[in-house]
Design a protein around this ligand. Sequence first.
Ligand code: SF4
Length: 292
Amino acid sequence: MDIEINNKSGFCFGVVKAVEMAEKHLQQHGSLYCLGEMVHNQAEMERLEAMGLKTIDHAQLQELYNCTVLIRAHGEPPSTYETAKKNNISLIEATCPVVLKLQQRVKAKFEEVTKAEGQLVIYGKKGHAEVIGLSGQTGHKAIVVSSGPDLEQIDFSKPVKLFSQTTMPKAGFEAIKEQIALKMGQSSPTGTIDLEARNTVCGHVSCRAPALEAFSQSKDVVLFVSGKNSSNGKMLYEVCKKNNPRSHFISGTKDIQPEWFEQAKTIGVCGATSTPVWQMQQVVEHVKNLAT
Ligand code: SF4
């Protein structure tokens, strides 16, 4: 049996950086608070918790004083930094550099579009941590849209600056952009529109779906390893399933069923941006042991 790990799977560089910063602090101090779940992967969370990582929410942050808290790769709105300052909390800034840059762009463009009495629109999931961080740059005045019905919130007669959450699908961004442009055109007496659209989907995520299409097609069986809460994981698993019906979503080796491998010669192991490489290696070892 030939078994291969997809070389595009595993943590993206933003998550690698955040985990390394947490590990470094934990090795030196033995404990650390992290605001929100560091990665949407239970096995990795258990590993970090065993090192001393404690996950807190925003309500708990309000009650903490004189300690150290890590800001994970998704980023945070300005109010979190204000709370930290008020409570004398030292922050470890592990916001992904790509997200930090996007926050700065959103802030600058919001100021610009507000002067023109326009609107800043974010294509993303309402309530997602990254979107809350981005929206916070606008005092939460940004309009968040994820599908057609959400567009009702937009005044199409006014200027629009459009950005994307980094982990949304590129095709979805293009579709939303076209719908906004169409509606703006329809509400403009002259047909001219003032729409500035920035496709800020992260290349470290968008390259994965095409890579998994070819990978899953080339295997008899595919094992997709991911935490159940990872939206990126759900989306990438669908890519595998579409390209290979013998694809299976697993959270760890305990989910693997030996009958999946009947008459299979080639097995592919892949995962989400929140799946650690060590977990995929564990899956490989487990499957090899089944075969012996
Ligand atoms: S997906 Fe991209 S933007 Fe998001 S944490 Fe990873 S590298 Fe950063």
